[in-house]
Design a protein around this ligand. Sequence first.
Ligand SMILES: Cc1ncc(COP(=O)(O)O)c(C=O)c1O
Length: 440
Amino acid sequence: MSTPTNPNNLESFWMPFTANRQFKANPRMFVGAKDMHYTTAEGRQVLDGTAGLWCCNAGHNRAPVVEAIQKQAGEMDYAPAFQMGHPKAFELASRLAEMTPEGMDHAFFTNSGSEAVDTALKIALAYHRTRGDGARTRLIGRERGYHGVGFGGISVGGIVTNRKFFGSLLNGVDHMPHTHDLEKNAYSRGQPEHGEELADELERIVTLHDASTIAAVIVEPIAGSTGVLMPPKGYLQRLREICTKHGILLIFDEVITGFGRTGSAFGADHYGVTPDMMTLAKGITSGTVPMGAVMTSNDIYDTFMTGPENAIELFHGYTYSAHPLACAAAIATLDVYRDEDLFKQCADIADYWEDAVHSLKGLPHVIDLRNTGLIAGIELQGFDGEPTKRAFDAFLKCYEKGLLVRTTGDIIALSPPLMISKAQIDDMFGILSDVIKNLD
Ligand SMILES: Cc1ncc(COP(=O)(O)O)c(C=O)c1O
């Protein structure tokens, strides 16, 4: 006999990236969402300062997206992804190809950012091997990078707690230094002035291993999950130059910088640097149905399109690659972005946002404020010997006052839906300022 459903039993669900015991002793439950707000189980409205987890860029429960998902569920639930297709998968891939930088016209679909990252790393290795350059097996990431939780992603990632419990990870991975420099760059608006030369660390790694052994470099244009680190001026350009010079593929992990978050469609557009591959997820469906994608350059795709026509070119894919519900949700989401000009709306409100972020300067415990588009990082001085506690207290107090924020370490990260109004920005920073002033 199956166990009767018991919503009051919180034990069975092992919650991801959560302090399970703390949560279960004092649960925070959302039961509804609309536009900029969540509704809690107690019936309170909570302003969404984080677009869920950096994903609901179009806002919550938008009618065109909800209707497209409902319609698709009634028409066709699922179609096999291997050796079969359905029209919306092709439509979505071409829509993405139109949006992404020129020459990046191919989409490989996954179900999450983590899968997109592992897919991109595998494509990089297979690309070099297919070209007869199979000694290029090294992958280079960066300290403090977050690339999801697959073994590939945590290997190239640089967040110690996400790595140290999980064995020896992938072989042949190196890391560039992170770019965070509070002494030189604190309170930067947009890109920090100092740190371009940190890209030259890639040259040092190339000298150590030889370019002929290196397949790819992966970085987030803006490092989000580690606490919002903006790329120093010139840094991404320099990485691009070094990769091109040595025949190394450059992968931008755009899982959070994609779909308007910076005020441009992608980080690549915002910073004027075109990588060879981009990983996407989150905003692709505005968080409504799980989906990820890897966009590849035409050169990469064409390299695989050789050999007998009936042969599979890439031995990789997921049962749910290009799932019909996800494709329907993504197409409707892209329509909302376009019809409401949401990326431009983000760009237009970015200055107002910037001023609101930097209005927190001088409050107790605040040691840095940084921003780009509709992104902000508020770095707090942690308690001695108790890292993360002060920011987590801030998170709980904000929630009590009706604002959802996200914390990582002692940094508060903000990334609201792109439809946020000036009045809502005022509300958000009113609550934040009040909470920060009253922190222990
Ligand atoms: C840059 C980046 N890459 C990958 C991921 C992983 O995405 P997912 O949680 O959908 O697997 C994230 C998630 O926050 C991310 O920020």
